[in-house]
Design a binder for this molecule. Structure first.
Ligand SMILES: Cc1cc2nc3c(=O)[nH]c(=O)nc-3n(C[C@H](O)[C@H](O)[C@H](O)COP(=O)(O)O)c2cc1C
Length: 192
């Protein structure tokens, strides 16, 4: 078993992992206040680069995707430069690393991107979500694509789209939260 675990694994034609150990995405809230990965983040991932593949903590694609303090982003050049240090450190140890792209959807809170600083997180209450318009959705798709391009610029080997845990994409996939009547709604049998 362990012989197998420590064997290389060809993920696709261009990416071969040095073993079959994967690190799951784990939000750590260690980015600075500009949502740039810090040296502590570089060290954290470098220490785990013996894994064949690391999926990063969820990383927001744009400011209004933020729902928690100090979660990193991938939409400013300073954030891209910060991540470059992370990917360099992981690659130096022979590891591979994917960025997990995130928009928290209805969990997002204007505390983080609109209203300035209120340092009492526990007193924040969820906001009433509004349905995305078709134009909002087109813009979101573009912003996911831009964040993916930024990830490649930052030296990542790939990306994972966070599609679980009640965040934006997941909100589209559940009948309770997706009450749309359009082509992104629950009456639609084919996802476009
Ligand atoms: C502190 C913490 C942070 C997490 N952050 C993320 C995250 O950013 N993205 C994600 O997809 N899953 C996240 N998860 C879920 C884990 O990646 C994992 O899927 C989950 O813990 C279930 O795996 P397990 O059964 O091995 O614990 C987080 C879990 C924990 C405990």
């Amino acid at each position: 078993m362990t012989t197998n675990l420590f064997q290389e694994y060809a993920l696709n034609d261009s990416i071969t992992l040095k073993n079959k150990i994967l690190m799951a995405p784990l939000t750590r809230c260690m980015a600075d206040d500009e949502l740039i990965p810090t040296q502590a983040v570089v060290d954290y991932y470098a220490r785990r680069a013996d894994a064949g593949l690391i999926i990063t903590e969820a990383t927001i694609i744009r400011p209004d995707g933020q729902g928690y303090p100090n979660t990193p982003g991938l939409y400013t050049s300073a954030q891209i430069e910060g991540w470059q240090k992370v990917t360099d450190a992981v690659h130096a140890k022979g590891g591979k690393i994917f960025a997990q792209l995130w928009h928290t959807g209805r969990v997002a809170h204007p505390h983080f991107f609109g209203e300035g600083s209120v340092p009492r997180m526990r007193e924040l209450v969820y906001q009433v979500p509004k349905a995305a318009t078709q134009d909002d959705i087109k813009q979101l798709v573009k912003d996911y694509a831009q964040a993916a391009a930024n990830a490649i610029d930052a030296g990542f080997d790939g990306i994972e789209i966070h599609g679980a845990n009640g965040y934006l994409i997941d909100q589209f996939l559940h009948h309770a939260s997706n009450q749309r009547a359009d082509n992104y709604g629950k009456t639609c049998h084919v996802l476009h």
